[in-house]
Design a protein around this ligand. Sequence first.
Ligand code: VGL
Ligand code: ZN
Length: 232
Amino acid sequence: GAATAAATAVVGLTGSAALAQSARITPTATDALIVVDVQNDFLPGGSLAVPRGDEVIAPINALCERFTHVVVTQDWHPKGHMSFASSHPGKAPFEVITVSYGNQVLWPDHCIQGTRGSALSDALKVDKAELIIRKGYNPAIDSYSAFVEADRNTKTGLASYLRERGIRRVFVTGLATDFCVGWTAIDARQAEFETILIEDACRGIDTGGSMARALAGMQTAGVVRMTSADIA
Ligand code: VGL
Ligand code: ZN
């Protein structure tokens, strides 16, 4: 029906998977909202614009009011970063290459430290955020996840930060579902946080089957899917 179609449009689900059961949750002091990469370059007009990426802003702003603890992430690359196609002569954006830690998608230049494109959207109202964690600053390693860089070894410190602050459950939102949001959610599970993906507060890029892979990976990792209507 229409509800299923809407859910499918958001995260690319089909059939009964889109109707995964959920119960209402009231955020407590041991919960954190994680707002991933709502930066100008990932929004309409940006260099790596996520389709309908701007649609995450209203639900995230509303969620922010309901949570005591809010953490924001920023993709934060130096000029000439290895994830940029422009750093690999003859390569084009969205091609995939093999690097020391496995496959690397090549991207248009984006989120270069200190540029307008790397700034959080002006429309994002997350003033109460207690931490802004930056990632992807290592010139030779990409980092989709806010917990562990793409070498799957270098930690950002976020898990320890959250644990020291008594957080046990995280709610993940932002851009893009199939890259930074998905990897962040999977690594949150890896670090033993209860993890909820808020579907209407995410949008994906979907290149080379990335959306299906990310959703399967999240399911395997035990990420629960809800919508912001489930957060009372
Ligand atoms: C992202 C591609 C490259 C993201 C970051 O925020 O999902 N995607 N860098
Ligand atoms: Zn990036």
